[in-house]
Design a protein around this ligand. Sequence first.
Ligand code: PEP
Length: 257
Amino acid sequence: MRKPIIAGNWKMHLTLAEAHALVRQLLGLDAKSVDVVICPPFTALSSVAALVKGSRIGLGAQDLFWEPQGAFTGEVSPVMLVDVGCRYVIIGHSERRTLFGETDESVNRKLVAALKHGLLPIVCIGETLAQREGHQTFHVITRQLEGAFTGIAEADGARITLAYEPVWAIGTGRNATPEQAQEVHAFIRQWLGKRFGSSLADSLRIQYGGSVNAANAASLLQQLDVDGALVGGASLKADAFGTIMKAAVEAKVKAVV
Ligand code: PEP
C-alpha cells in the first residue's frame, strides 16, 4: 500500500510572522500514517525549518535552479535548499510553466539536479482546459512525462512523487471530479509501468492537485490511484489542511478493509 502524501504549496503567501503562526498550528495536528509536506516561499524556509525540525512535517521548496552555484541572479540552487533543511522540492508547477517559461526540458534539468542532491521531487503535470476540451489530455500528459523522465533511472524514479494538476482546476475552485482524476492517475501509472516496470509503477505516489479542500478531499482521495494531494489555497488554513490530512488516512484505511 502506498502511504498517502499531502503537500501544501503556500505559493507567494505569508509573511514570516504569519508563516510561523500557521506552522505552530500544523505542529498540533496528528500526522501519523501520512507524509505531510509544507512548501513555504524561499524567504520563510530557514525559520520554518527550525520550527519543524524533529517533527513529522517535511519541508519543501516551490522551485529550484539546476546549477549548484554561480552567476544566476535570483535563482536558488539545490545545494542551498538542502543546506536550509529542505527534503522536498516542487518542480514544474503549472504557474511556473505558464507564467515563467518553464518547459519540459527545464523540468527535466531541475529533476536531475534535485535527485543528484538528494532532494525528493514533486513533479507537476497537467493539461489546460483547451487541451482537455480538445481531447489532448493524454497526449499532453505523455509528453510531459516523457520530458520530465528523460534519462531518469528506475532507482531514482522511486524517489519521485508526481502531482497530476489539471491547470483548469488550480486556484479556480473547480476541482476535477474523482472519476476524472482517477482516469488520468491510472493512465499515468500505466505509463510508468511501460517505462519502468510494475514495481516502480505500483510504488510511485501520484498526488491530485487543483482546488482540493476540506469538503472534496475525501472523495478524491478514495480513488484507487490517488495517493495524496498537492494543496494550494486550503493549505494556508490549518483546520482545512488538517481535514485533508485526515481524509487521506481514512481513505487509504478504507481501501485496505
Ligand atoms: C497548487 O498550487 O498546486 C494548487 C493545487 O492550488 P489550489 O489548491 O489552490 O488549486
